[in-house]
Design a protein around this ligand. Structure first.
Ligand SMILES: NC(=O)c1ccc[n+]([C@@H]2O[C@H](COP(=O)([O-])OP(=O)(O)OC[C@H]3O[C@@H](n4cnc5c(N)ncnc54)[C@H](OP(=O)(O)O)[C@@H]3O)[C@@H](O)[C@H]2O)c1
Length: 248
């Protein structure tokens, strides 16, 4: 495998910051997302290091074409960061299967589709590294996150299963669970976002985590710890705590 990192969702927010930091560090990076223009703008910052490769994770042929371009010669990226994501708040007042399906299509099935296409190459090489961007919102059900939360819970579950099956193989998988990060994805949130962090800080923590090899990379640590602790409580305690913490 070549020394390359493929960042899906690399045009804005956390993915963009990861691409810029890796490129500044001398790594070769391929960035993918739908907007060709935004990808070209990011690639233009380090034209010698960053290559733009547009894909839509809801469109299988676009993923197949990208995977063939990258892995067809057997020297594709050895790390794939699966960070394409969509977010819309959904509450009981605006409960919609259409909205839930749209979010699931991008956040969950988008990751599954890419893994499906990359895995045969990784298995053949008995090497490779998958990094799945989920969220602390996937730890447990949260108000307003009735579409987004389940998509991230599904990613956590999927990553755990893959980790268990692939342990001992040459293929590794890591799960990233960030708290709130200042990006276009959260820009429209009207509610207070505790422990909100900058995207460059989030990218630094992810890069450090990828070097460290722990299965889960969760941050800010205090916020992730609080949410994990609440998840371990009986529902009779955790649900009132969640209601209180989210002003329900
Ligand atoms: N920001 C947070 O607080 C936070 C917290 C926890 C987890 N996360 C997760 O971290 C990841 C990155 O989020 P972010 O905050 O950096 O958001 P962002 O700035 O909105 O970035 C989302 C990226 O995904 C791409 N994308 C969206 N739909 C796509 C599709 N159908 N096919 C291909 N690419 C697509 C976007 O580009 P195009 O629109 O051009 O396709 C963009 O590059 C997401 O998975 C998000 O759920 C974010």
């Amino acid at each position: 495998m070549g020394q390359k990192i493929w960042i899906i969702g690399g045009s804005t927010g956390i993915g963009r910051e990861l691409a810029l930091q890796y490129a500044a560090d001398g790594k070769d990076v391929v960035i993918s997302a739908r907007s060709e223009e935004t990808l070209a703008e990011v690639a233009g910052i380090h034209p010698d290091r960053i290559t733009a490769l547009p894909i839509d994770v809801t469109d299988v042929p676009s993923i197949s074409a990208a995977v063939e371009t990258l892995y067809g010669d057997g020297a594709g990226p050895d790390i794939v960061i699966l960070g394409a994501g969509a977010y819309q708040p959904m509450s009981v007042d605006h409960f919609s299967s259409e909205k839930a399906a749209k979010i699931m299509e991008v956040n969950y099935l988008g990751v599954v589709r890419v893994i499906e296409q990359v895995l045969p190459f990784y298995r053949k090489a008995n090497a490779g590294h998958l990094v799945v961007l989920a969220s602390v919102a996937g730890y447990q059900g949260l108000p307003l996150a009735l579409a987004y939360g389940p998509s991230k819970a599904a990613l956590i579950n999927l990553s755990e299963g893959l980790r268990a099956e692939m342990a001992g193989s040459g293929i590794s998988i890591q799960l990233v669970n960030p708290g709130f990060v200042k990006t276009p994805l959260t820009a429209g949130n009207k509610f207070p976002m505790p422990f909100l962090m900058e995207a460059d800080d989030a990218a630094r923590r992810i890069r450090k985590g990828i070097e460290g090899k722990s299965f889960e990379i969760a941050f800010p640590r205090r916020f992730a710890f609080i949410l994990k602790f609440i998840r371990m409580l009986p529902y009779a305690l955790s649900i009132p705590l969640i209601r209180k913490g989210t002003n329900q």
